[in-house]
Design a protein around this ligand. Structure first.
Ligand SMILES: [Zn+2]
Length: 707
């Protein structure tokens, strides 16, 4: 029994048709796959929903510095992949620049100048002009007439009548009607798939304390759809009374059984029901206050609008799992895609918040889904544990438990000390499971590699030879949430998480910020940047980069021989300032970022040959103060097997800015610009590549800005 409890807290996705993952990539996307771009498709119409550069970059044929122009150029070249036929029909409606310099552009789809409800494109453009992600939901088959036969005045009357007759609102108030094109299937998967010209109004639903959005057919005046807008929470908990195969009641329970609880209803007699009722509110409020979402689906609840209303949070308390249930026996808990299910004794904040987060991941994470097996499933589980701690901290206003468990038993997952529950703390660890079948590929067992990184980053500490600075759980969850909702691809692997967490961090903080430096150390410490260790015993663990020996050079002290793989920090960047008999390569040289780096390559012990990274680079100017730096990358070093990583490369350092890292495209080309705002006769711009043996090649250019 206990053995099964160890692998408890499960999640189940519905097997509905629209949740099927895309396996075959249609040929029309070849130009994108050829250059290494990553995307997910809408399973219904095979258009792109989400596109990211992956390890490559989104290359545009024309270069602009103005972000709106970059956005327009992107739409021109790429929007047909999203199913947008006519880019002229798209209107930029929102442009925001975050503190980090990332510009977020939102476009609404239009047809005959009428906006499409929910038809949109969202672009994220980094400060250097690189498109870092694009999302689109584009309505198809728009062939309708856009001339309304019902006037706005008449539509308002019809909505008021509907509100009185159907919503029992005695004195309804409405907003000004706006003409849209609307397809009801976007709200209810079972609705008819048809584009309709509608008047859209919000009606004040005073009886329920919330608003409803009503859609009136602009041709025949019928109500096409009505949906609850963000409003008060609505919870519905059935008490299953620990009765196998039934006994679940909200009201009207027969003698000997007890009722559940609904919003504004009476307190239940079973403690489990009330705990679930209260903790769902904690989770709801946590995500509302921190991420501005109202319920996991951001439509008020967790329902899909078919089995469970979208504005409802529905749960079963004291449920008994029949032996045939995948998750049997109790105690266990799961999210089944639309409802939360809890056995007796599993009603506690971390478990309830863990399941709530599975619903958030389903609705807000990568679409169609972050699958629930193997590596994506492990990421899914880790996210649920991390956010379970965040909700617990929010609810308690105190330090979370950093463990998952049920009453009366030892914890089954210790996030603070994973080894205590036989969970791995890093990729190469005896507790890491390489079994592709058991626990759906180790989704629960291995999740602690990721959640432990989040713990280390939150609280700080020493691990695996590395020292991780604490940045606090609030910043950790901000970084992880942005990664989940904006960066992770569908079916993300550990390597995707490792690559995207720092990207999201850089959007929130600076590249060289305390937060992002600490994050990189935490990821290295748990070895998330290392090769996937399975099958067990076939791969070799490397020393984490953050655990390499370090030495700081001092002008006044003789530094002894420096061994290989040492990170060298130099207060000034001139090697001749120091006395060092031998620097054994490979070594990493950390130069001061405030001064202009000189070409500083340690003498290799054996042969140089073509081991160092090779590239060409040039700098041109606009005759004023804008400099374009471009070049072509040749290789990282062919003799010694020194390869990437190319993630940070090239590193471009120009006076007056933090280093930038333009992406290298499929043709090994990179380009970026830098503007000098301070008048000075000359500046240096340097371009560097570093290979996996930590050998650096740097080219420096002296420029003379003209003002
Ligand atoms: Zn789970």
């Amino acid at each position: 029994m206990l053995g099964l409890v160890v692998s408890s807290l499960l999640l189940l996705f519905p097997s509905s048709a629209d949740a099927i993952e895309i396996k075959k990539i249609p040929a029309k996307f070849k130009p994108l796959t050829k250059v290494g771009l990553e995307f997910s498709l809408d399973s219904k119409n095979q258009n792109i929903q989400f596109l990211i550069p992956g390890a490559k970059s989104i290359v545009l044929k024309k270069k602009y510095t103005n972000k709106a122009q970059i956005g327009a150029q992107f739409l021109k070249e790429y929007s047909s992949y999203f199913g947008l036929k006519n880019t002229q029909a798209t209107k930029l409606i929102k442009s925001t620049v975050s503190a980090s310099g990332v510009t977020h552009l939102k476009y609404v789809q239009q047809y005959n100048k009428v906006p499409v409800y929910g038809g949109e494109m969202i672009l994220h453009i980094k400060g250097d002009g690189a498109v870092s992600a694009a999302q689109g939901k584009i309505a198809q088959n728009l062939t309708l007439s856009t001339k309304s036969k019902i006037t706005a005045k008449k539509a308002t009357e019809l909505v008021k009548k509907y509100a009185k007759d159907k919503l029992a609102i005695t004195a309804p108030a409405t907003t000004k009607p706006i003409l849209f094109i609307y397809n009801p299937i976007t709200n209810k998967p079972t609705a008819k798939d048809k584009n309709v010209l509608v008047w859209v109004m919000e009606v004040d639903d005073v009886d329920y304390g919330n608003l409803r959005t009503v859609f009136i057919d602009a041709i025949n005046g019928r109500v096409v759809d009505s949906m609850s807008r963000v409003g008060a929470i609505y919870r519905e908990i059935k008490d299953c009374n620990d009765v196998l195969g039934g006994g679940c009641y909200i009201t009207g329970a027969p003698a000997g059984l007890s009722n559940g609880r609904i919003e504004a209803g009476a307190v239940a007699s079973a403690a489990d029901v009330n705990i679930i009722f209260n903790n769902l509110l904690d989770a709801y409020n946590y995500f509302r206050d921190n991420f501005n979402i109202f319920g996991p689906n951001n439509r008020g609840g967790a329902g899909n609008g078919v089995d469970v209303a979208t504005d409802t949070l529905k749960a079963f308390a004291r449920y008994v799992l029949p032996a045939t249930n995948k998750f049997a026996p109790c105690p266990n808990a799961y999210w089944d895609g639309v409802e939360f299910v809890f056995c007796s004794s599993t009603a506690n904040t971390p478990i309830i918040a863990h399941e709530y987060m599975h619903a958030v991941t389903q609705y807000q994470g990568p679409q169609p889904q972050l699958s629930y097996e193997q590596q994506p499933g492990t990421i899914n589980e880790a996210y649920s544990d991390i956010f379970a701690m965040a909700v617990q901290k929010y609810a308690l206003n105190w330090e979370p438990s950093w463990s998952m468990g049920v009453a009366g038993q030892a914890p089954f997952r210790n996030i603070m000390e994973p080894w205590n529950t036989h969970n791995p703390s890093k990729l190469y660890n005896g507790y890491f499971s390489c079994d592709p079948v058991w626990d759906d590929g180790g989704v629960h067992r291995n999740s602690t590699v990721i959640s432990y990184a989040a713990y280390l980053l939150s609280k700080g500490g020493g691990f695996n030879g590395c020292t991780i600075p604490a940045i606090g759980l609030d910043k950790v969850t901000q970084i992880f949430y942005l990664t989940l909702t904006q960066y992770l691809p569908t079916n993300a692997q550990f390597s995707d998480l490792n690559r995207n967490l720092p990207l999201a961090c850089e959007e929130l903080y600076e590249h060289d910020s305390t937060e992002c430096n600490a994050l990189r150390i935490a990821l290295q410490a748990v070895e998330l940047d290392q090769e996937w260790p399975c099958p067990a015993g076939t791969k070799t663990e490397a020393t984490p980069v953050c655990a390499l020996p370090q030495v700081t050079l001092d002008e006044n002290v003789l530094t002894p021989n420096i061994p290989t793989n040492t990170i060298i920090t130099a207060p000034t960047n001139n090697l001749s300032d120091y006395v060092v008999p031998v620097i054994q390569t490979p070594a990493v040289i950390l130069l001061p970022t405030t001064s202009t780096p000189a070409v500083f390559v340690p003498a290799p012990v054996v042969d140089t040959g073509d081991k160092y990274p090779s590239f060409t680079a040039s700098v041109s100017d606009d005759g004023l103060r804008t400099y374009t730096i471009e070049g072509t990358f040749n290789y990282y070093g062919t003799k010694s097997g020194c390869t990437g990583p190319r993630y940070f490369d090239p590193i471009i350092v120009a006076w007056g800015q933090v280093d930038t890292h333009p992406a290298v495209d499929g043709n090994n080309h990179f380009t970026t610009t830098h503007v000098y705002n301070v008048k000075n006769s000359e500046y240096d711009i340097s371009v560097s590549f570093i290979n996996s043996c930590f050998q650096r090649t740097t080219k420096t250019f002296t420029v003379h800005p003209k003002f």
